[in-house]
Design a protein around this ligand. Structure first.
Ligand code: ATP
Length: 501
């Protein structure tokens, strides 16, 4: 993150809050996301994934993994540990500069990100139509932060009359830098030298293994290493549901290249990653690139892919040209050569890196926010709102639900047989209680794209109906064709083949 890349999180318009609240309530009620340790009133910015949430998240991760490692001969996977040698974080710059500027209000005892307070003030100017004032304020703050002039940031907060929203006073402490890494002790002795960190990004596990992987998988530059895993950041202001968590999951790929070729590969991955998001069914107008105005210390080019959340366009993935910053520093601090011998040009060098870094939880929220629909159905007295989740069928937690129309006349037996036949192929649900209308509704709410109903006609001609979640249309197919009919609609292949160059 590093302070400059993280200056946009905050302002939520009231009507958009309503939409976010609906999504949060839906996620909890229908088994997607729960607050962590809720019986103890939860733990701020930490969440647990429920039965449908874990399936959806796994599907997103599988898609990412397959589109990286399976579609690219020159990209391989890695699963590095969360704990790493503490010098890793010295080399990466996290010990010295992975921080946000924070400030406390002495009356309310509430803590804020100083940059966020100023951004909120700038947003007020913007809402009042004073765009210049808003821009100048942000510019001034950017310059102060760049020079690490925290006293100046303090003065700016006072000058702008910014008060604590809780106490309403401007009784502020000094602005201090707050390191976002969680630390703990390794071993049984608590000494400074035993301090280790929970990784704040997964990328460093890739960097320190770069030669191991290159040699053992016999890779030639350009090549990539992909990894999915937990990362931890002690965010000062953690809100907007699973958008900003203290424990979250990253999906990162470091692409190792010849120095001087970084811009070519940076453009390549920018385009490719945008295509990936669209292939999941996210409409083009809800995605955009946002170039970083101020680059983090490790990057010579950086862009975010942003999605139009209910609280505005926000980052879901970063693409960064990281030069040889990380490998170079690891080489220096470890005193181990981290070079690659390039046969094609007879030269050894420390490779440059272009990384793609996405958050699995933010993609999850993007998919949920994009999928949540409320539609008016029926006429007259029967008019009602139908809520459903329009998730790409290849990503839904459940692929199809199998229902006997009624719980008698031998229909449950036929339905159960179909369920047993198909369960090795797909994640299915069998349900025979309540009315079929209620059962359809329940599947709509968790995004199940197809419901298969077994009725009296099935007994006569071996045909069943398939109901489509989005259109509610039904088609009749023969039981013998059911596997193919479902497969062609829900296969992850449908997305992967769109991604082949
Ligand atoms: P932000 O500016 O929103 O804090 P960042 O620029 O710090 O994000 P990166 O360090 O580039 O984020 O991390 C890569 C990705 O990891 C982000 O695009 C995001 O999807 C995810 N991510 C980062 N921080 C969090 C968090 N606290 N909670 C959930 N996901 C996160």
């Amino acid at each position: 993150m590093f302070i400059f890349a993280a200056m946009t999180d905050n302002i939520t318009r009231p009507e958009e809050n309503v939409q976010l609240k609906k999504i949060i309530a839906h996620a909890k009620e229908y088994g997607f996301v729960y607050p962590s340790s809720e019986i103890y009133d939860g733990l701020q910015a930490v969440y647990d994934y429920g039965p449908y949430g874990v399936e959806l998240k796994n599907n997103i991760k599988d898609l990412w993994w397959q589109s990286m490692t399976q579609l690219h001969q020159n990209i391989v996977g890695l699963d590095a540990a969360i704990f790493m040698h503490p010098l890793t974080w010295k080399a990466s710059g996290h010990i010295d500069s992975f921080s946000d500027p924070m400030i406390d209000n002495k009356d309310s005892k509430k803590r804020y990100r100083a940059d966020v307070l100023i951004e909120e003030k700038a947003a007020v100017y913007e809402q009042q139509g004073d765009l210049d004032k808003s821009k100048n304020l942000l510019k001034e703050m950017g310059q102060l932060l760049e020079k690490e002039n925290l006293k100046g940031v303090n003065e700016l907060i006072i000058r702008e009359n910014i008060v604590c929203p809780v106490s309403g006073t401007a009784n502020w402490t000094d602005v201090r830098q707050f390191n976002l890494m969680f630390s703990t002790q390794i071993g049984s002795v608590s000494e400074e030298t035993n301090t280790i960190y929970l990784r704040p990004e997964t990328a460093q596990g890739i960097f320190v293994n770069f030669l191991n992987v290159q040699k053992t998988a016999r890779l030639k530059i350009p090549f990539g290493i992909a990894q999915i895993g937990k990362a931890f950041r002690n965010e000062i202001v953690a809100r907007q549901f699973i958008f900003r968590m203290r424990e979250f999951e990253q999906m990162e790929m470091q692409f190792f290249i010849r120095p001087g070729e970084e811009i070519k590969w940076y453009e390549h991955w920018k385009a490719k990653r945008l295509r990936w998001h669209k292939a999941m069914g996210i409409p083009e107008h809800k995605l955009r690139f946002h170039d970083h105005d101020k680059l983090a210390h490790y990057a010579n080019a950086a862009v975010d892919i942003e999605f139009d959340f209910p609280f505005g366009f926000k980052e879901v993935e970063g693409i960064h040209s990281r030069t040889d910053f990380d490998l170079g520093n690891h080489q220096e601090l470890s005193r181990k050569k981290l070079q690659y011998y390039d046969n094609d040009i007879n030269e050894s060098y420390v490779p440059y890196v272009v990384e793609t870094s996405a958050g699995a939880d933010r993609l999850f929220l993007m998919i949920l926010a994009n999928a949540y629909r409320e539609e008016e159905v029926g006429e007259g007295e029967n008019r009602k709102i139908r809520a459903f989740l329009k998730i790409h069928p290849a990503l839904t937690p459940i692929k199809a639900a199998i229902f006997p129309l009624v719980k008698k006349d031998g229909l449950p037996e036929v339905a159960k047989k179909i369920f047993d036949d198909l369960k090795p192929d797909f994640n299915l649900i069998y349900e025979d209680s309540q009315s079929i209308g209620k059962r359809y509704t329940r599947q709509d709410l968790i995004g199940t794209p197809y419901c298969v109903a077994i009725d009296h006609q099935t007994l006569a001609d071996q045909s069943v109906t398939i109901r489509d979640r989005d259109t509610m249309d039904q088609v009749r197919v023969n039981i013998g064709e059911l596997r193919n009919e479902i497969e062609k609609r829900v296969s992850i292949r449908n997305i992967l083949k769109e991604l082949i160059d």
